[in-house]
Structure formats: structure tokens, C-alpha cells
Write a protein that binds this ligand. Structure first.
Ligand code: ADP
Ligand code: NA
Length: 350
């Protein structure tokens, strides 16, 4: 069987927000206690939607600072940026030849990001999930903590691993590189694990504070729609105060959140920040108006985020330290990647 290993990535595009923190980064921190983890700033992905960036290096450092400030330990685990390890692109090429165009055309993120003018989207945007599969499978990672928006891409990663394992099955066996994989009732011999997504908790999809139908996103033009990890206490309180809600009091049971997207979102954020269930939050706040709930939520958000923000600032003032972390992580990731590429080349027959 495959040794358990965790991989996840965050793009260096724009400000990190509460959705990135609750949906991803906070889980990265929790998993490092029990797992072997690689956390990657996926800079190759960041040029798929927009080619030219003002300060990509600064953005890469800022995501790295957020990882470290949130509590990821780069000595026990691997923190690096993707472009340092050329094998990501190399394996992605092979996966471009494993994956089918039809699989890519079905991806909702591609449809959303490409918009109406699909013919004019970059080829990289279409192939994005193939690079993501390479990021994960280069380390033969078994578990990937992500927000709900990445679920479809992870299914595609599994499809790529399954097709590679099936198509090359005799050669994997002949090279003595097969590992038993439990697939339902059956045990098959494959080279790549069938990665499990870890999409759990009360905040797997944090929604915009201005529109309960849209996810909180770096690319939303309205800064009031999200809480940035760099916001100070005053900004956090102001954004939560201005968050869209309905006029009713909070329900006392989770069922009562149905059809109330904004209320559901704020209760979910509270629950995730407090490490409670939504039911527990509603036990305390059921029947109370938002005018009472919002200040409590703001106070909680500030308590959780302020130390991270302060540490991010401190780290950002020392770019040499960040660069040293990325260099060291890149070397350690590169060593694992090199072994995988040697195996893959033998299997493919190069
Ligand atoms: P974004 O979608 O903000 O551009 P990324 O694509 O770099 O950010 O995603 C980084 C991680 O944050 C992924 O695991 C993604 O699923 C998670 N994530 C992004 N937005 C949200 C959200 N609104 N709620 C929960 N998780 C999110
Ligand atoms: Na995303």
C-alpha cells in the first residue's frame, strides 16, 4: 500500500481570504500533526488565467508567509513553489497525453474562467487539471485537503491515475513498480495512488459576504465581499457589519438555515472559526438578531486571524528567510520528484 502523504497547493494570485484559510490552509496545519505533508505555492497555475503579473515573486512570498504564519512547520514538512521543480511540468505533459480533451471540456472551473470567449482562453487554462494531477501524483500523495470548489479537479486526478495504471499495467508489473491498490472489492496493481480529497468541516465553501450565491474569491472586484488575511480588526468588523443578511432572527436549528444562504454562510464561518458544529452555534444564538450575532462573529474572527496577520507582516519583512525556506523545500521536493520521474520514464518506455 501507499504510505499516506498529503499534498495541497494555493495559487499566488491576489490576497488570501477567509475562504482560503478555512477551506484549505487551516486544514494543512491540522494535518501536519499526523501526516507527512507537502504544501506548494502553485505558481505555474497562476499564469493560466492571466499571463503577466506585476509582482509574482512578491505574491509567492506572501502565500509562503501565510503558510508559515498559520503554523505550518517547514522543517518537518515541505513548503516550496512549484516552478522550482521542473518535474511538475514534465509529468503534466505525460498526463496531457493520458487525459482526454472531453474530460477537460467538462470542467466547470474552465467554463467559468474561460467565459464566453473559450477559443481565446489559454491552452494552459484548459490543461490546468492535468498539471494539478501532476502536482499531486508526482509525490504519490494519497490525501489532498481542499475547498469544495476543487472536488471536480480531484475526480479528474483520480481518473488520470486510474487510466495510467490501467494502460501501463503490464509494464508497471514488469518493472516491479506496482503497488497494491484497493479499488472497491478488487485489489489492482498500479503505480499511482487513487487520491482521496479531504473536503470536511463547516466551511468547505465560504460564500461572498455580499452575495450568498457566489463563493468568496480573490478575484471578486468588491473588497467588501471577502475578509482578507491582511485585514486589520477594524476592517474585519466593518465588513461583517456590512455583510448581507435577511431581517429574521437566527433559527435555533440547522434546518432553519435552509433557503437563507447568507445566514447559513455566517453561521458556518462562526462554527469553523470556533471549531464547533453549526448546531452548537445555533444553540447559543438561536432566536437572536444579526445585530447581536455579527459583533460576536467579528470578535471571534479577529481573535483567530490577528495573530496570523501579525506574523505574516513580520515574515514579509524578511524575504531572505522566505526564499531560504522555498529553496530548501524545493530541493527536498525535487528529490522525491526525481525518483517518480525515473519510474514513470521506465514505465512509459523512454
Ligand atoms: P482562489 O479560488 O481564491 O483563487 P485557489 O484556487 O488558490 O484560490 O485555492 C486555494 C485553496 O483554497 C483551494 O483548496 C480552494 O479549494 C480553497 N478555497 C478557495 N476559495 C474558497 C472558498 N470560498 N471557501 C473554501 N475554500 C476555498
Ligand atoms: Na480555487
Amino acid at each position: 500500500d501507499f504510505a499516506p502523504r498529503v499534498f495541497s497547493g494555493v495559487q499566488p494570485t491576489g490576497n488570501l481570504h477567509l475562504g482560503n484559510y478555512l477551506g484549505a490552509i487551516r486544514k494543512f496545519v491540522a494535518l501536519q500533526e499526523s501526516q507527512d505533508c507537502l504544501y506548494c505555492v502553485v505558481d505555474l497555475h497562476s499564469i493560466t488565467a492571466q499571463l503577466v503579473h506585476d509582482d509574482l515573486k512578491g505574491q509567492i512570498r506572501s502565500i509562503t508567509a501565510a503558510f508559515l504564519a498559520a503554523g505550518i512547520d517547514p522543517k518537518r514538512h515541505i513548503v516550496f513553489n512549484q516552478s522550482r521543480v521542473a518535474a511538475h511540468a514534465e509529468l503534466a505533459w505525460i498526463f496531457n497525453c493520458v487525459a482526454r480533451i472531453g474530460w477537460m471540456n467538462r470542467m466547470t472551473q474552465f467554463k467559468e474562467k474561460a467565459g464566453k470567449d473559450r477559443e481565446n482562453a489559454s491552452l494552459g487554462l484548459l490543461a490546468y487539471p492535468s498539471l494539478m494531477a501532476a502536482d499531486i501524483l508526482l509525490y504519490r500523495a494519497t490525501h489532498v485537503p481542499v475547498g469544495d470548489d476543487q472536488k471536480q479537479h480531484l475526480e479528474l486526478t483520480r481518473d488520470i491515475a486510474i487510466k495510467f495504471n490501467n494502460d501501463f499495467s503490464p509494464r508497471i508489473a514488469a518493472a516491479g513498480l506496482g503497488t497494491p491498490i484497493q479499488m472497491g472489492e478488487e485489489t489492482v496493481n498500479g503505480y499511482f495512488p487513487i487520491t482521496e480529497p479531504l473536503i470536511e468541516g463547516e466551511a468547505t465553501r465560504v460564500m461572498s459576504l455580499k452575495d450568498g450565491a457566489k463563493k468568496m474569491s480573490k478575484s471578486d472586484p468588491s473588497d467588501l465581499s471577502r475578509i482578507n488575511l491582511t485585514d486589520d480588526a477594524e476592517q474585519i468588523a466593518r465588513k461583517i457589519k456590512k455583510a448581507k443578511t435577511d431581517p429574521d432572527a437566527l433559527p435555533s436549528e440547522v434546518k432553519g438555515l435552509e433557503g437563507r444562504a447568507e445566514a447559513d454562510n455566517l453561521v458556518g464561518i462562526f462554527a469553523a472559526l470556533a471549531g464547533q458544529s453549526k448546531a452548537a452555534v445555533l444553540k447559543d444564538f438561536g432566536g437572536k438578531p444579526f445585530s447581536e450575532f455579527k459583533p460576536a462573529l467579528a470578535e471571534l474572527a479577529v481573535t483567530v486571524l490577528e495573530p496570523i496577520t501579525a506574523e505574516m507582516r513580520r515574515l514579509t519583512d524578511d524575504p531572505a528567510h522566505i526564499d531560504a525556506v522555498l529553496k530548501d523545500g524545493g530541493e527536498r521536493a525535487g528529490a522525491i520528484a526525481e525518483k517518480t520521474m525515473r519510474d514513470v520514464k521506465e514505465i512509459v518506455g523512454f
